[in-house]
Each structure stands twice: as structure tokens, then as C-alpha cells.
Write a protein that binds this ligand. Structure first.
Ligand code: FAD
Length: 414
């Protein structure tokens, strides 16, 4: 397959990029490993309610004859200059492109604490995705903990589906949260959203200490404002913020800066012809993703004036992202929750004690099977960055499990 513009990720950033580039007439392909466009925030599934803006973006995408959406499609490996090997449920193939835009989004940061591997314990965004996907939670008692606005969004989804959210434990201090709230009038739409997300069980300066139970979660021990409290519940959802998905950018050789793909004013990475937008350049919400995606789309097809007209909009949402990062920076307490026997790599059962002696990710992998399980270090790699300050592990192909006949495509001349 040959295209002028290949976009990886069909979240807000990828959709905005495709729609901005489409009027140029370029042949565009947008691929995403999910079954439908929308990304994390506009995930389409049985119990999800898509907002009008999401429906509008999806309709506009479908109406463009020169945009081909490739759902359920994953990037497996680089396949030479300006080419990627991809796989969907039907086939593996190589896509050749002139320009590439990385809109790979972010994933949740999960930090280990005693009991975090018990059934019933999930990520905060993870629980939200499960509920949207059809998980019944009506009547269940749920505790949510970690950091950032995703805790409130997850609580809102759980309550909307009939769960009782008992506590939301936010690790940031009350003064940090109040400082963030005081800035919200700068973004009136966010201020309005925050009213809808208010929850009486929200407590700042609080964090999870331990998940308790034998076969599955029965209760959670929380530190609420410094006082320990045990709460019986069926589910615990913990998320400590988001980490950009850098894997593909790293594999291509794009410069990484402060844990995100580095871009210039045109959303161009350090590699000519490769752009990045949305959470992969640093998390900051869907509005930032939409603005950056549109700038990248215009720039990739050479429409620099149209891209420049969106700079002020992007600057506005970069301001929001800065406020978010400042207020919800992780404190030391949540970095010290694991005990020596707490598993850090839950795929391969590698404990905190066996990793804390190591100097870096490479040595940790050599001396244990850390990062070699099903998630390929996506969970424990990000956790060890926070716990031990190790740099992001470099990805090795195949980037995701792939069929043999897909891998064979790398051998065949096309
Ligand atoms: C679990 C979770 C839940 C969230 N829920 C909310 C919420 O309720 N409200 C809110 O305001 N914000 C939420 N966010 C924040 C959200 O990430 C952003 O607001 C917004 O979705 C960012 O848009 P994006 O296009 O940059 O990335 P995303 O929306 O994350 O889109 C990236 C897309 O790229 C795909 N992708 C990545 N790598 C590959 C690859 N190699 N091959 C194929 N496809 C790939 C991903 O599957 C995803 O669909 C959530 C984030 C997470 C991680």
C-alpha cells in the first residue's frame, strides 16, 4: 500500500490531522489498533456515550473519499525507509508513505503497591474503558485513587453506570488542587466540565496504601490526609497520570525530550517528514490534541499559513497542560508504596527487591525477566522510570505480538 500521508492513531489528534490534510487531495491512511476511531477519550463501545463533537469528527472522516481508515490495525515493525509493517485481523502488509504523523496518544501510569495484582484492582482509565466496554458495575462499591482529572472522569463513568464511588483519593495536596481550580476560569469550558465532575468523596493529600483480600479485592487501606482508613469495596481503580506512547517515535529515531516526542512549531519531529501531535508530545487533554493534530495535518501537506492560524489556539491549551502538570506532579509518598515483595513486573512476577539492586533497565532485564511478558514493559517500564529514574526502555521489533506470515512480509520484495 502506498499513501502520501500515513497517520498512526485515530484519536482526537489523528482525526484532526487527517481532516486538516484532506482538502489538499493527498491520499491519506489513518490506522488504529482499536475497532473504531475516537482514541481514549471517545472510545466507542456498548456503554459509551459519544459526545456530539466526537460524532461530528467521525462523520467528517467517513465522508472524505481520500481518507482510508484502517481499524484494528497495529504497527509491528519498521520496514525500511518510509515504510511500516502493519497487521490487522485479516492480513499483514507494508505501508509506504511520503509523510508520517504520529498520534499515538498516552497510556495510564500504574505504580505498584501491596495488593495491586489482586482481581478487582485496575487502572482508573482502565476501569473507565472496561465499563464503557460493557462491564456491569451497578451496585458495586468502588474506590478510586492516584492523581489527575482522569480520576474524576472515571468516577463519573462508574456512577453513571450505577456504581457507588466511595472515595476518590488524590495524591496532590489541597493547595495544589485549589491552585489548579483557581486557574480554570481561563478555560471556561473546563470550568463548566469540573462542576459536572464534583464528587463529595474527593480528598486531596490522600493515597492508596494497600489493597486487601485473599482471592480478590475485599477492602482498601487508604491514607486520607495522613490518617489510615480501611474501606470495604468490590473495586479499586488506581491511575497516577499518563505517560506518552513514545515507542514508534523512539524506534524511528525521533528526539525525545522530557519523556515526550520533541516537536517544533509545525509539530515536526527531529526527523524530516515525520510529525507528532496529541498526547505523544506530552499529555494535556483532547483540546490540545485537536489543535496539534490540525497543525500537523496542515503542515504535512505544505499549508503553513493554515497551520500558523492555529498556533494561538494551541498555545491556549499548552497553558492548560502546564497548569495540569504543575498541580498533579507526583509526590514522593506514592513512589514509595511498594514493599520488597511487591511485584513490579506483574507479567513475569519480578519483585521490587530484585529490581532495586539494579542500575538500569538493561541490567534489570538481564538479571530477571522484567519487561519480557505480555505487556512488553509498557506497564513496568514506565513504573521503573518513576521508581528508579531509569530512562525509557528502547523498543525492539516486533512492537506487538504478530503472526508469522506478517513477519514474512519483511522478506518479500513488493
Ligand atoms: C485510559 C485513558 C482514558 C482516558 N479517558 C479520558 C476521559 O475520559 N476524558 C478526557 O478528557 N481524557 C481522557 N484521557 C486522556 C486522553 O488521552 C486525551 O484527552 C485524548 O484522548 C488524547 O488524544 P490523542 O489523539 O492524543 O490520543 P488517544 O486518544 O490516546 O489516541 C491514540 C490512538 O492511537 C492508537 N495507537 C497508539 N499506538 C498505536 C500503534 N502503534 N498502532 C496502532 N494504533 C496505535 C491508540 O490505540 C489510540 O486509539 C484518557 C486517557 C487514557 C490513557
Amino acid at each position: 500500500m502506498h499513501v502520501d500521508l500515513l497517520i498512526i492513531g485515530a484519536g482526537p489528534a489523528g482525526m484532526a490531522a487527517a481532516l486538516a490534510a484532506a482538502p489538499s487531495g493527498a491520499r491519506i491512511a489513518v490506522l488504529d489498533d482499536n475497532p473504531a476511531a475516537g482514541g481514549q477519550i471517545w472510545r466507542d463501545s456498548p456503554q459509551a456515550q459519544l459526545p456530539p463533537l466526537a460524532r461530528q469528527y467521525r462523520q467528517r472522516l467517513a465522508a472524505q473519499a481520500n481518507i482510508e481508515l484502517l481499524p484494528g490495525c497495529r504497527v509491528v515493525a519498521l520496514a525500511g525507509p518510509q515504510a511500516l509493517l502493519v497487521e490487522d485481523p485479516e492480513q499483514g502488509r507494508v505501508i509506504h508513505y511520503q509523510k508520517l504523523i504520529l498520534c499515538t496518544g498516552a497510556r495510564e501510569l500504574l505504580l505498584p503497591f501491596p495488593g495491586w495484582t489482586l482481581p478487582g484492582v485496575t487502572g482508573a482509565g482502565g476501569l473507565q474503558a472496561l465499563i464503557k466496554g460493557g462491564l456491569p458495575v451497578a451496585g458495586e462499591r468502588i474506590v478510586i485513587a492516584g492523581s489527575g482529572p482522569l480520576l474524576l472522569a472515571s468516577a463519573a463513568t462508574a456512577r453513571h453506570n450505577g456504581a457507588r464511588v466511595l472515595h476518590i483519593a488524590e495524591q496532590a495536596s489541597w493547595s495544589a488542587v485549589a491552585g489548579f481550580a483557581a486557574q480554570l476560569p481561563r478555560w471556561p469550558h473546563k470550568l463548566l466540565q469540573s462542576f459536572g465532575l464534583f464528587h463529595p468523596g474527593y480528598r486531596a493529600g490522600s493515597h492508596v496504601v494497600e489493597a486487601l483480600g485473599d482471592e480478590r479485592l475485599e477492602a482498601v487501606r487508604l491514607s486520607i490526609g495522613g490518617r489510615l482508613r480501611e474501606v470495604a469495596c468490590e473495586r479499586l481503580a488506581c491511575g497516577f497520570g499518563l505517560v506518552p506512547n513514545l515507542q514508534l517515535g523512539q524506534a524511528l529515531g525521533c528526539r525525545i525530550d522530557e519523556g515526550a516526542i520533541a516537536v517544533d512549531a509545525w509539530q515536526s519531529t527531529s526527523l524530516a517528514g515525520v510529525y507528532a501531535a496529541g498526547e505523544s508530545t506530552g499529555f494535556g487533554g483532547s483540546e490540545k490534541a485537536l489543535a496539534e493534530g490540525a497543525i500537523a495535518g496542515h503542515a504535512a501537506v505544505g499549508e503553513h499559513q493554515a497551520a500558523q492560524r492555529l498556533w494561538s489556539q494551541r498555545a491556549r491549551w499548552h497553558g492548560f497542560a502546564r497548569a495540569l502538570h504543575g498541580a498533579f506532579a507526583l509526590g514522593d509518598e506514592v513512589k514509595q508504596l511498594a514493599r520488597p515483595d511487591t511485584l513490579v513486573c506483574r507479567c513475569e512476577d519480578v519483585s521490587y527487591a530484585s529490581l532495586s539492586q539494579q542500575q538500569d533497565w538493561g541490567r534489570a532485564k538481564l538479571s530477571s525477566r522484567c519487561g519480557m511478558g505480555a505487556c512488553q514493559g509498557r506497564v513496568c517500564g514506565a513504573a521503573t522510570q518513576v521508581l528508579f529514574g531509569w530512562p525509557a526502555p528502547a523498543p525492539r521489533p516486533p512492537f506487538s505480538p504478530a503472526r508469522i506470515d506478517t513477519l514474512l512480509q519483511l522478506q518479500q520484495p513488493d
